[in-house]
Design a protein around this ligand. Structure first.
Ligand code: OFO
Length: 165
């Protein structure tokens, strides 16, 4: 059975995943306003992935006899000013998520709750992949011009990201 402290930490992570999903939605809307349909699709897909993470953690808490409480989600924002800022926000959010997850992994280790430790390894791997993807995309944004991206750079980057899983 989950300890109270792990149950609370995992519950906070449910809220954090929901907040990540909202950040991706905010970025999708920003992309739509800026005629970047490839970026929008990418953000919509990732918002959905964060909701899947959220649901998996909820299920786990319940399966282990913990209690899930749905909390308020902070408003995301402000919106980015350009494509570079948009992808810097993605990377920062993923790093913040990884740090939060590592804290829970650490707690589970200290409590000797190996089931929770084992469950979280899936999320650790997921974060490694998401950080790698965010870093790769940020590199591509920089190659496409970064702060000085031209309309052609935006067009090419938007096309490229539209084909990114
Ligand atoms: Fe972006 O991954 Fe959830 O945690």
């Amino acid at each position: 059975r989950l300890s109270k402290s792990l149950s609370k930490a995992l519950n906070d992570q449910v809220t954090m995943e929901a907040h990540s999903a909202q950040i991706y939605l905010m970025l999708a809307c920003w992309a739509d306003d800026n005629l970047l349909d490839g970026v929008k699709n990418f953000m919509m897909k990732h918002s959905q992935e964060e909701r899947v993470h959220m649901a998996k953690i909820m299920e786990y808490i319940q399966e282990r006899g913990g209690k899930v409480t749905i909390e308020a989600i902070a408003k995301p924002g402000p919106e980015p000013k350009n494509v570079l800022e948009c992808f810097e926000m993605v990377l920062q959010q993923e790093i913040a998520n990884t740090e939060a997850i590592y804290k829970i992994v650490n707690m589970s280790m200290q409590e000797g709750d190996w089931a929770t430790w084992n469950f979280l390894q899936w999320l650790v791997n997921e974060q490694r992949e998401e950080e790698k993807l965010a870093l790769d995309l940020l590199d591509k944004v920089k190659l496409a011009g970064g702060h000085n991206m031209t309309d052609t750079g935006r067009f090419e980057f938007n096309k490229l990201i539209g084909n990114t899983p």
